[in-house]
Design a protein around this ligand. Structure first.
Ligand SMILES: Nc1ncnc2c1ncn2[C@@H]1O[C@H](COP(=O)(O)OP(=O)(O)OP(=O)(O)O)[C@@H](O)[C@H]1O
Ligand SMILES: [Mg+2]
Length: 222
């Protein structure tokens, strides 16, 4: 879609990290801060974010942990991602909105690549086929030991609120550890796009660092 004349394209920011690291908490706080500074914000999430992608999400987040083999899961994720990008993310960026997405392609690399052992190059190839060169302007990886994240999720009663949407959460701890290492590797490989944020601190400290990164890297007045 062509950008609207006179209005700059929006920025695309993604939040990544393990379960319970604080992604949903921090993304809402950043959305509020950006909106208060006069920026139009579109808050979304993956898997899902558009009606079709939300239907695919249901297939991904419910049922047995072994419901899909790793490649089938990857294809479902990218089918959902394409719909989300085409119908929501790209049009919003073209209108000048700043799109904030709770999980995106790096989660796929971490889960299906580092977690399940799918070839990383295969995932990159599929990304190129489905989305071309699209990548976030800034990715914030909330970094936290998985056992702390899982304990936060349980303490916060998230599982009950999610009504059975816990297929990924129930994976073994070693899987979550591999995922965390994956996020570290991604951050190391693409430091201009990806920043690691220590999420073991209290919410206010994490929020302050997120705001400072968004100021420094994207020039927003938050
Ligand atoms: N810095 C923090 N310190 C302590 N608890 C926190 C912190 N940030 C968030 N929490 C709490 O931890 C729980 C998980 O937070 P949140 O839902 O934001 O994480 P998430 O990364 O979105 O998790 P998920 O991957 O499961 O969606 C919530 O109950 C939240 O209130
Ligand atoms: Mg969340």
């Amino acid at each position: 879609m062509a950008d609207r004349p006179g209005r700059a394209r929006g920025r695309f920011i993604t939040f990544e990290g393990g379960e319970g690291a604080g992604k949903s908490t921090q993304i809402r706080l950043l959305a509020d801060a950006l909106a208060a500074s006069g920026i139009e914000v579109c808050l979304t999430r993956e898997p899902g974010g558009s009606p079709g992608a939300e239907q695919i999400r249901e297939l991904l987040v419910t049922g047995e942990t072994g419901r899909w083999d790793a490649l089938t899961e990857l294809l479902l994720l990218y089918a959902a991602r394409r719909d989300h990008v085409q119908r929501l993310i790209e049009p919003a960026l073209a209108r000048g909105c700043w799109v904030l997405c709770d999980r995106f392609a790096d989660s796929t690399m971490a889960y299906q690549g580092y977690g399940h052992g799918l070839e990383l190059e295969k995932i990159r190839d599929l990304h190129r086929i489905v989305l071309g060169a699209l990548k976030p302007d800034l990715t914030l990886v909330l970094d936290l030991a998985p056992e702390i994240g899982l304990a936060r999720t349980r303490a916060g009663g998230e599982a009950e609120r999610r009504g059975g949407e816990d297929r990924f959460e129930r994976m073994e701890l070693a899987f979550h550890e591999r995922m965390r290492e994956g996020f570290h590797a991604i951050a190391k490989a693409e430091p201009e796009r990806v920043a690691l944020v220590n999420a073991a601190r209290d919410t206010d400290a994490v929020t302050a660092e997120v705001a400072s990164l968004v100021r420094a890297r994207l020039g927003a007045a938050v």
